[in-house]
Design a protein around this ligand. Structure first.
Ligand code: PEP
Ligand code: MN
Length: 260
């Protein structure tokens, strides 16, 4: 089934509820995506992420399944009743990717690709905009305006860490961007703990801190066999680790909902 229905961000993020977006860094094939979707949907996760067009630092690294992965991901998302989220890297590919995906992801490296943002503002599907790792919160906000000023206010903001002098983690997770961005816009604010962590053992503490700081959702990379993943293997958690993070994050969210 092609993705013709226009989802609204409000259907995906509800007041007081913690939303989860999860899936592999890259879609590597149908079987691994099915295993992942089956596990995640069983837990109650509604949104399936997975990169098909991958913005890799080196041109020699795996670039994703690209066009041939679109129908695989759509089919798996439908089979497990999940929302599909995948990255689009350039404006020319919006209509092709948009025939399949429910939500367009704009990656950190494209967060100031103004022609791409403008083109996404002219269509109606939700856009998940990641913060550029060299961008201030003001620049992040202005990037979102490139989309909204064209008429599309279906935006999800994702903080995924910024580059600092600290090198014990891959990026530095800027938790303060949650209250800062919250003051400026009403869009859901999601934390991606995987890319700043760089190592899977740090994904849980970053996730829990984000929930306590008021994030509306978490976007976590999970893989059936992280050590053999084709991209970002070190930071992807396995199913067991994901389940722990999921349960603990909900405990924190529920505690916050119950008041103090
Ligand atoms: C991703 O989420 O697949 C990704 C490439 O992350 P980022 O753009 O934040 O580096
Ligand atoms: Mn990744």
């Amino acid at each position: 089934m092609l993705a013709e229905r226009m989802l609204k961000v409000d259907e995906l993020f509800q007041e007081g509820k913690l939303a989860f977006i999860a899936g592999p860094c890259s879609v590597e094939g149908k079987k691994m995506l099915e295993e992942t979707a089956s596990f995640l949907s069983g837990l109650g996760v509604k949104m399936l992420r997975g990169g098909l067009f991958k913005p890799r630092t080196s041109p020699d690294s795996f670039q994703g399944l690209r066009e041939k992965g679109l129908s695989i991901m759509r089919e798996v998302a439908d089979d497990y009743g999940m929302i599909m989220i995948t990255e689009v890297m350039d404006a020319e590919n919006i209509s092709m990717v948009g025939q399949y995906t429910d939500v367009f992801q704009v990656g950190s490296r494209n967060s100031q690709n103004f022609p791409l943002l403008t083109a996404l503002g002219k269509q109606k599907k939700p856009v998940l905009l990641k913060r550029g790792f060299g961008n201030t919160t003001e620049e992040f906000y202005q990037s979102s305006r490139y989309i909204s000023s064209q008429g599309n206010d279906q935006i999800i903001l994702v903080e995924r860490g910024i580059r600092t002098f600290e090198d014990s983690t891959r990026f530095t997770l800027d938790i303060s961007s949650i209250p800062v961005m919250r003051k400026r816009v009403g869009y859901p604010i999601v934390i991606d703990p995987s890319h700043p962590a760089g190592k899977r053992e740090y994904v849980e503490p970053l996730s829990l801190a984000a929930v306590a700081a008021g994030a509306n959702g978490l976007m976590i990379e999970v893989h059936p066999d992280p050590d053999n993943a084709l991209s970002d293997g070190m930071q992807q958690v396995n199913f067991e680790q994901f389940e722990q993070i999921y349960k603990k994050a909900l405990v924190i969210r529920n505690a916050m909902n119950s008041g103090f």
